[in-house]
Design a protein around this ligand. Sequence first.
Ligand code: ADP
Ligand code: MG
Length: 316
Amino acid sequence: MGEFELIRRYFEPLSHQGSGVLLGIGDDAALLQPMAGKSLAVSTDTLIAGRHFPLQTRARDVGWKALAVNLSDLAAMAATPRWFTLALTLPEVDERWLREFCEGLGALARSAGVALVGGDTTRGPLSMTLTVLGEVAVDGALRRSGARPGDQVCVTGTLGDAALALRLIEEGAEVDAWLQGRLNCPQPRLKEAHALRHLAHCAIDVSDGLAADLGHLLAASEVGAVIRVERLPRSPALMAHQHRRPCTALMLSGGDDYELCLSLAPEHFEAARAALALMGTPLTAIGAIRAEPGLVILGPFDRPVVLPSSGFQHFR
Ligand code: ADP
Ligand code: MG
């Protein structure tokens, strides 16, 4: 099968959802019509086989996750996703792999209401680069730079699950379906971000570990924070493992959580928590913003926790 047949068969079907597409797949460029008065939010992320997902990951999960990690960035801006492009590099044309990849990609694209509007298809080691485009009210985006001293630091969902799943897979241990889903099929927190867009002062998505990503948010806001390990939200699955292995490092620097970390005025916490509870998503206050720069993590008996390394960085 040639490149164009492949595009027609697998990728064009993903282009028929969403609106604002004046011209989709097939020409030299897509033509998109943003809504009047909105800003475009644009974000790109690459996934490389063996680096961002284990080589044995199912194609369906790869498709889902490739889009999920990109949508998570739009969620962190409180933007509404509309369109995306896919630059896909494949070692060979494996139709079964492609079909399943597009099933995962398509399932999330449908539920998030985003249309595939273009891309590129090349031969080489398996990797994919997606660019997502979303809309947000002018001045309505949640930036990293809005945290204020006195704010509460909050996170959605639970932390460390994906890192625990990855660790167990690497050890060849049993991983139950829920935990595996946390690694392979993260749910970008789009509706949560939408609900909190007027309450939160700032947000970041937790992709490289809470300590690192909260650190970025603090640096951008020119503030510091004190958070408490005992308050970090943990899932029943993680708690079940806690007596066998220390999970604090997984929650603080495990990565791949795709939860939101945000700050808001303490008097708005209850309204924010209640709004997310309606969606079945926990919101947990884990500490406070303060003027003094730096992130302080307090463990048992108020002893500061020192992390071996803070977040994943390529080339380090
Ligand atoms: P060009 O040679 O002009 O770069 P291509 O031959 O790469 O065009 O692509 C032809 C059309 O198919 C373009 O509209 C492009 O956006 C689309 N396309 C190519 N690969 C993909 C893909 N993986 N997903 C979605 N659209 C794709
Ligand atoms: Mg091309």
